[in-house]
Design a protein around this ligand. Structure first.
Ligand code: NAI
Length: 408
């Protein structure tokens, strides 16, 4: 059986919005002759996005955005789609990872679609030869948008990039529900552990952390939140969760999930306090949230199982899932976000890629918002696919909302 193709066709049936865009792309060929370079998690939903872009006439060159998240059978199947070249493989070394990004850039893409900004970083450093041909790009995740804004602040971002992550139709669904459900699924499938009754520490109460905390609460876990932003900490408290610094939480948690986009959130002082047998997982983009370097250097012994590394430190065992990489994608059975949320995120990506093709030349270098019409189109099509309808503003309501004269 061709498992890659099977996985892609399974995903496609639950992506009605992206499928509608793919149909329009096929009919109208708005991307005819456009070269698109991508670095995304290469799995079934991503394959559906790539198929939609290729259906619109684009030549797509794609690789992974994480050494452990590629599904090899999907990558193989993708490589057989006309107009698509796929260089992703699971378990690559850092040099192989960047060599694959270079192969994408060798196609001299006009539009780039990135997840975490490794491809755009490469374009601005060792592959500046490709910069002049780039019209613009799209970025999928919070960490990538942070990096892009930092580049833009220094005046070093050479082309316009749409921050797909930041638009409501992305982060209120993908980050909250997608990461919330799939990270927990990854932890449960890898450890076979029960969440009910567990003390689970969620580091970061942003969009992802909020989703994780809510879903954990629904499963009966006792959720502890750590934060550095007083507003987010207060929000977590009023949502009913315990709030404390990591130093204290370290001694209370049985499972830890980081979702901060920051570095060394669980580090040496915390390892000293962590209870024996604790499980550590990361849902943030890069594998820097748990200080693995310290564990690797200081552990008396390491046992490596599929998806679980056990460090023996000072006579106790600490278990780390998926080498500290995003737990929803990098554990052996990780499938990433549920299909339905990626229908939204990747519909946004497809329409934003088209936006770059039609308007990129007029856009200034820098980070741009997703145009409201695109956000609303995706929401309206999703509602329609669910058979839901909503009210419309009456003329008098529109007038009321846009006026200032009516008061008490
Ligand atoms: P966000 O910016 O909404 O939330 C991050 C939160 O972490 C903020 O509230 C911040 O105050 C807090 N924080 C920062 N440093 C901290 C520290 N040392 N201790 C405790 N809290 C700290 O970001 P969002 O959208 O929730 O994304 C978080 C990370 O997850 C990013 O790296 C993002 O790229 C990644 N991500 C991963 C996905 C996945 O599939 N696993 C999907 C979407 C995003």
């Amino acid at each position: 059986m061709d498992t890659g193709k099977e996985k892609i066709s399974w995903a496609r049936q639950y992506m009605p919005v992206l499928s509608s865009i793919a149909r329009e792309f096929r009919e109208n060929q708005p991307l005819k002759g456009v070269r698109i370079g991508m670095a995304l998690h290469v799995e079934a939903k991503t394959a559906c996005l790539v198929e939609a872009l290729a259906a619109g006439g684009a030549a797509v060159h794609i690789t992974g955005c994480n050494p452990l998240s590629t599904q090899d059978d999907v990558a193989r199947a993708l490589g057989e789609v006309p107009g698509v070249h796929c260089y992703a493989r699971r378990g690559v070394s850092p040099s192989e990872y960047y060599a694959a990004i270079d192969r994408v850039l060798d196609s001299h893409p006009q539009v780039v679609i990135d997840d975490g900004m490794d491809l755009i970083h490469r374009l601005h450093t060792t592959r500046r030869d490709c910069l002049p041909g780039v019209l613009g790009g799209c970025e999928e995740t919070t960490t990538g948008v942070h990096r892009l804004r930092a580049m833009a602040r220094e005046g070093r971002l050479a082309f316009p990039v749409v921050a797909v992550n930041d638009t409501p139709m992305k982060r209120h669904f993908d980050n909250v529900h997608g990461t919330g459900e799939s990270a927990l699924a990854g932890i449960m499938l890898t450890t076979n552990m029960l969440m009910a009754g567990k003390a689970v520490v969620v580091a970061g109460y942003g969009f992802c952390g909020r989703g994780l905390a809510r879903k954990l609460h629904g499963l009966g876990a006792r959720v502890i939140v750590t934060e550095v932003d007083p507003r987010k900490a207060l929000e977590a408290y009023m949502d009913g969760f315990s709030v404390m610094p990591m130093e204290k939480a370290a001694g209370e948690g049985e499972i830890f999930i980081t979702a901060t986009g920051n570095t060394s959130v669980i580090a040496a002082p915390h390892f000293a306090r962590i209870r024996p047998g604790a499980v550590l997982a990361n849902a943030g983009h890069f594998n820097v949230e748990i200080d693995l370097g310290w564990l690797e250097e200081n552990a008396d012994a390491v046992t490596r199982r599929d998806g679980i590394d056990t460090y023996t430190v000072g006579g106790k065992e600490i278990h780390v899932l998926a080498e500290g990489r995003l737990v929803n994608l990098a554990v052996p059975k990780g499938m990433g976000h549920p299909i339905e949320v990626m229908d939204l995120s990747f519909s946004l990506q497809a329409l934003c890629a088209l936006h770059i093709v039609t308007s990129g030349r007029e856009m200034k270098p820098g980070v741009h918002e997703v145009p409201t019409e695109i956000d609303e189109t995706v929401a309206a099509r999703k509602l329609a696919s669910l058979g839901l309808s909503i009210d419309e503003l009456t003329e008098s309501q529109e007038k009321y909302l846009s006026g200032w004269e009516s008061g008490t």
